[in-house]
Design a protein around this ligand. Sequence first.
Ligand code: ADP
Ligand code: MG
Length: 569
Amino acid sequence: MSSSCVSHHHQAVRPRHGGRLPLPSPRSAAASSFAPPAPRRRRAARAAAMSAEAAPGVAPAEEAGQRRAAVLAEMVEEAAVWCAVHGHVVGDRADPILILPMETSTQRVNISCRFLSFRISCTTPCFCQLQRSGTVPGVGLVHAPFSLLPARFPASFWKQACELAPIFNELVDRVSLDGEFLQAALSRTKQVDEFTARLLEIHEKMKAINKKEDIRLGLHRSDYMLDSETNSLLQIELNTISSSFPGLGSLVSELHRTLLNHYGKVLGLDSKRIPRNWAATQFAEALGKAWAEYNNDSAVVLMVVQPEERNMYDQYWLVSHLKESYGVTTIRKTLAQVEAEGQVLTDGTLVIDGRAVAVVYFRAGYAPADYPSEAEWRARLLMEQSSAIKCPSISYHLVGTKKIQQELAKPNVLERFLDNKEDIAKLRKSFAGLWSLDNEEIVKSAIEKPDLFVLKPQREGGGNNIYGHDLRDMLIKLQKEQGESLAAYILMQRIFPKASLTPLVRGGDCFEDLTISELGIYGAYLRNKDKVILNNQSGYLMRTKVSSSNEGGVAAGFAVLDSILLTDE
Ligand code: ADP
Ligand code: MG
């Protein structure tokens, strides 16, 4: 029996209260008919694709399975090519290094690195340049990991999630204006969390000089999972800084549409049920419109980036749309470069490398590792002090912290910021259980049943949450310490999405696994004083991860990019 994908059934779905497990549902008829988990590589599947005729004496069900496996194998190949020609790419994690001799000569030197070992000619002295996939565009590309088929997602929940986007956008804006609320809500956290303390320090300085941000730009992503226990859409978190994958995420929807246009009939899947995804163009539009509001034709957009960034093509998609559709130039700088090359003129203009900056778009600066020295903090402060539009401003950034998420979920807090009761009800319906660790009863429950909770520190970017036994141990340790350290964390109800069998493609290889998915809805918000220029739902990002993994990051290697196929149920 041939299979189009290697099956990796690492682990069953995690146990939960009552000991019941959500039954894995196949992603589609095609996925359900995958061959049993025989560990074959894709080459075997290619052979199957070439000879899809069943051998004499093969049972009809098995024959149908073989045909479908052959179709999927063909799809893997077509998808990989599509990714290459449409820019669905990331820098290779294997870190290939290109060595460029600067000049030629007759002297020979030995060069070796992890992948290469050869002799080249070069002059004396020998100048060689190392280029890594995460630092130089065009070096060491590989397709971004993706799911071969779109994830089924009920249309009613999709509609619900889309409707929430403009309401969350407005909420972020309103909360950002209440500096007292932000300072008070984070006052205990800052005593035990140095990173939050540094952010608050900048916020405090801006408050002290009564800094006003007339033009405010938010590029957000609100992430949700469908909880199978309550059959409800629950928010995981709201990202207000560096919301990633608007570029590549929109491509996956196109990839899936293309695949289903070719193979949808045989798989019984309709490509029209994949919602259009314009995240990249919509984010570029928001950046372009913000740039126009700043009203300086020679100004640029400054994209603040990490020194090494494998996800740079996701960012370059926005750069490219901005240039093509709005004629706006983007420059990329690290925080350290901003510190070295930047200044704020007396009229407030931020100038980097001699160029005025209209919009600062952060794709870095959300994690402590982004600030290895005081130089990076000086850069952040410098930009905040300037008149450039910050996406996000320090206030918008703080609104997206997990502690503020938990504070907003308390009774009567949303009412402080929003007037429309229906909007408030819609937001609240999407809130999972969120608690501070002051709540002794909840801490006790979490120690008793750690699998029902997630413990979260004030961090972004994946890999920080605590689960299961570790969660229990940590809570016991924190209780013993009896200090303020409890204030560094929040507790969240654990959400249990239904698992399904999914063919995943990474590094050109396809494997099948039990997966769960997380839907992110992008939102763009732009206002100038009282005028709201944009307040939109701006596309989506589906991420799918093996259900045995607690974390969800694509760049971190936990998840793949996906799209959705709307269903009626
Ligand atoms: P980060 O800022 O690191 O992205 P998240 O709150 O998004 O933090 O958590 C990271 C990942 O952990 C999510 O993408 C999701 O896969 C998982 N996760 C977070 N909260 C929950 C929860 N309440 N229930 C189940 N999984 C969760
Ligand atoms: Mg997240």
